[in-house]
Write a protein that binds this ligand. Structure first.
Ligand code: ADP
Ligand code: ZN
Length: 681
């Protein structure tokens, strides 16, 4: 497959295949029918794009989302590949260009929405233009029982029979039932060659944390990743707005997003997230389908997701480009109560409800895991043999203690009050707190009254939360959330089983130190990386494409580290294919090597001095805020000489800055500039 290796490097600009890609590319190129199941970010597109180039004729790609198709087509065109899309979003010129490409035989990939197949004329056209292969993206959309069912996907089987060409189907949804349906509907029940790639996403760091001051926890997580694209998932619409504002107040670029917003506003937010670099979206789960941004660097959950599958899908939006990405999921007793009651109060039939409880239990088990999160997570998908080292529990092993006695005391307090009370009152009983409620109910005379003084209230809360997490107790909605014991607790109550619990590292929000900002490169390379990013932003804005379509983060990082000084050296950077070298190689080389020549005279005076670095950071922060916190205000900026003055300011504070900048500029840039000056000093 030396042809493939050359294509991989020269056209796609990749050094090698990702796990599993090569076998799939070979099978598809050889004209076999293929079903490939790969996790999101595994690199599915390459598995049909490359065979399309290696084979004669046109490959039709069926894909469910117009926005994603358009992005893929643009990315291919940037690589110099003949690709086009026929969608309802096309301008007449775009459609004409597609037809011309087909006539001239220069078009290799034709993307189509499934709805197009409804028109009989389309099938005739596809026959005429010499289609030699069909690729189906998101093939699980053919499943009638799935969430993403698209009736028009049922026409694909017919298309395959009519054209009589090989078909390659791709999806990230693995369960056995869906696979069977795909084989029936797309391949007439004749099993294709199947490729199943593992579900591990090794570049994603996993972490959970019990809620103590959730807002501060999220803000601290975001502060350590300032300037990187991220998503914060929230349980309620109201919370998305509040948190987005909180993030903006701290100088982040942040938007909120939820299903209650006007369709137009939602589209604008999606578009901006896709295109811009370093934007945070604070959203409900409504945000996700249709987001195909490869360079999302982090995902945080301000509230617990609804199941382990939902968790996997949501964190899976991070790091699709394969570069390191980080996640943090917060959870607390209220989340557990909420998720349980949603299931109990839902309309699903009883057997479905108990399956939903089980899927929630799997997630809670992950939240309360005592060793490696990745092993626990993938164990749920039946994958064993995992190596990790990229989760919070591998970083710092959990501090565990034998919780058997504590759990038995808690259960006893519950049972002696006939399972009519929530954790708060039960903890008062265990601690011997003589509250009004305790006195009224005569609970001071219970044998369990005051038997739990070895722990304080916070520690008991952690014990109860973990009991809920291990499904030893469940809140009962019919009893206003009173805790009731489950059968799983019986062995512990009877003294037949032991249980280990985690000692929570109790950190008070106020004493939580601001973590240092995590850099994507060493300090020495950081200024060059931001210069490269600025160049990329300029080019992306001019071409109206997302920044990653020019070059992705990993490519820029490699440029900043290797500092190629010729076009030859540039071509050896991962992600720089022949076409991109031609289009952008020179521009980025100039940034790397010509930076000192092009330096602004004001900046040059600061060269080699601390203030020079500060100046660069100020410039960067200013660019981020050029159109205000939400990115919708009138453009505003400071002159180079003004920035130089700020960079050299001693004992900077709000008043000093306002004197220097004037009211309007101080309002927009003041707090962020102060942060820069403090970081430096
Ligand atoms: P998905 O499987 O989710 O459809 P994509 O095809 O969108 O994944 O690929 C995810 C990201 O990985 C893209 O940014 C793509 O450019 C990158 N990628 C794919 N294959 C390789 C490879 N062999 N080497 C480096 N990057 C790759
Ligand atoms: Zn681990």
């Amino acid at each position: 497959m030396s042809g493939a290796a050359t294509l991989l490097r020269d056209v796609f600009g990749f050094d090698g295949f990702r796990l599993g890609q090569q076998e799939i590319v070979e099978a598809v190129t050889a004209g076999e029918n293929v079903l490939a199941i790969m996790p999101t970010g595994g690199g599915k597109s390459l598995c049909f794009q490359m065979p399309a180039l290696l084979r004669e004729g046109v490959t039709v790609v069926i894909s469910p989302l117009i926005a994603l198709m358009r992005d893929q087509v643009r990315a291919l065109q940037e690589l110099g590949v003949g690709a086009g899309a026929l969608t309802s979003g096309n301008t007449p010129e775009e459609t004409d260009a597609v037809w011309e490409g087909l006539e001239a035989g220069t078009l290799k990939l034709l993307y189509m929405a499934p709805e197009r197949l409804a028109a009989g004329s389309v099938v005739g056209m596809l026959k005429r233009v010499g289609v030699s292969m069909i690729a189906v993206d998101e093939a699980h959309c053919v499943s009638q029982w799935g969430h993403d069912f698209r009736p028009d996907y049922l026409r694909i089987g017919e298309l395959r029979r009519t054209l009589n060409v090989p078909l390659a189907a791709f999806t990230a949804t693995a369960d056995a039932e869906t696979q069977v349906e795909i084989v029936q509907k797309l391949f007439d029940g004749i099993a294709p060659r199947a490729f199943l790639r593992g579900f591990d996403r090794p570049n994603i760091h996993l972490a959970f944390s019990a809620k103590n001051s959730p807002r501060a926890q999220i803000l601290a997580f975001a502060a350590a990743r300032k300037g990187q694209s991220g998503i914060v998932y929230c349980g309620t619409r109201a919370k998305t707005e509040g948190l987005a504002k909180g993030l903006r107040d701290e100088g982040h670029l942040a938007l909120h997003y939820h299903g209650g917003m006007e369709a137009e506003d939602r589209r604008i937010a999606e578009r901006r997230f896709q295109q811009e670099d370093g934007l945070i979206v604070v959203a409900t789960v409504a945000f996700g389908m249709g987001i195909d941004k490869p360079d999302i660097r982090w995902v945080a959950h301000a509230d617990l997701p609804k199941s382990i599958e939902a968790y996997y899908q949501e964190i899976g939006r991070a790091g699709r480009d394969g570069s390191p990405a980080e996640t943090l999921t917060l959870f607390g007793p209220d989340d557990i109560r909420l998720r349980r009651s949603q299931i109990d109060e839902g309309l699903a039939p009883p057997e479905r409800r108990s399956a939903d409880h089980a899927r929630l239990n799997a997630l809670l088990g992950l939240a309360e895991a005592l060793e490696c999160r990745r092993k626990t997570l993938l164990g749920y998908f039946d994958e064993t043999d995992i190596s990790c080292g990229r989760c919070d529990l591998c970083d710092t092993p959990a501090d565990v203690f034998d919780g058997t006695t504590a759990v038995r005391k808690a259960l006893s307090a519950m049972l002696r009050t006939e399972e009519w009370f929530g954790a708060g009152h039960l903890i008062d009983i265990l601690l011997g707190n003589e509250t009004d409620k305790i006195r009224e109910r005569g609970h001071t005379s219970l044998p369990t009254y005051g038997v739990g003084t070895e722990y304080d209230k916070r520690q008991w809360q952690a014990v109860f939360r973990q009991m809920m997490g291990h499904d030893l107790v469940r809140p009962d909605t019919e009893r206003h959330g009173a805790l009731r014991m489950t059968d799983a607790a019986l062995p512990i109550l009877r003294g037949e089983a032991q249980i280990s619990l985690r000692r929570d590292s109790i950190r008070i929000a106020g004493s939580m130190r601001r973590p240092a900002v995590k850099m994507m490169v060493s300090e020495e390379d950081a200024p060059l990386l931001s210069a490269l990013k600025a160049k990329r932003r300029g080019l992306a804005e001019a071409a109206k494409v997302p920044a990653y379509i020019i070059f992705n983060d990993r490519t820029l990082i490699e440029m900043a580290e290797k500092r190629p000084d010729t076009l030859d050296a540039m071509a050896r950077v991962g992600g720089v294919g022949a076409k991109k070298l031609e289009s952008y190689g020179r521009a980025f080389l100039d940034v790397i090597n010509g930076a000192s020549v092009e330096m602004h005279p004001t900046r040059r005076k600061l060269a080699g001095r601390e203030a020079g670095t500060v100046f660069d950071r100020l410039l960067e922060v200013q660019a981020e805020l050029a159109r205000g916190f939400a990115g919708t205000d009138k453009p505003l900026s400071c002159s180079a000489s003004l920035l130089a003055k700020v960079a050299q300011l001693r004992n900077a504070d709000d008043t000093a800055l306002e004197r220097l900048l004037g009211e309007k500029r101080a309002e927009r840039f003041g707090p962020a500039f102060l942060d820069v000056l403090r970081e430096a000093g």
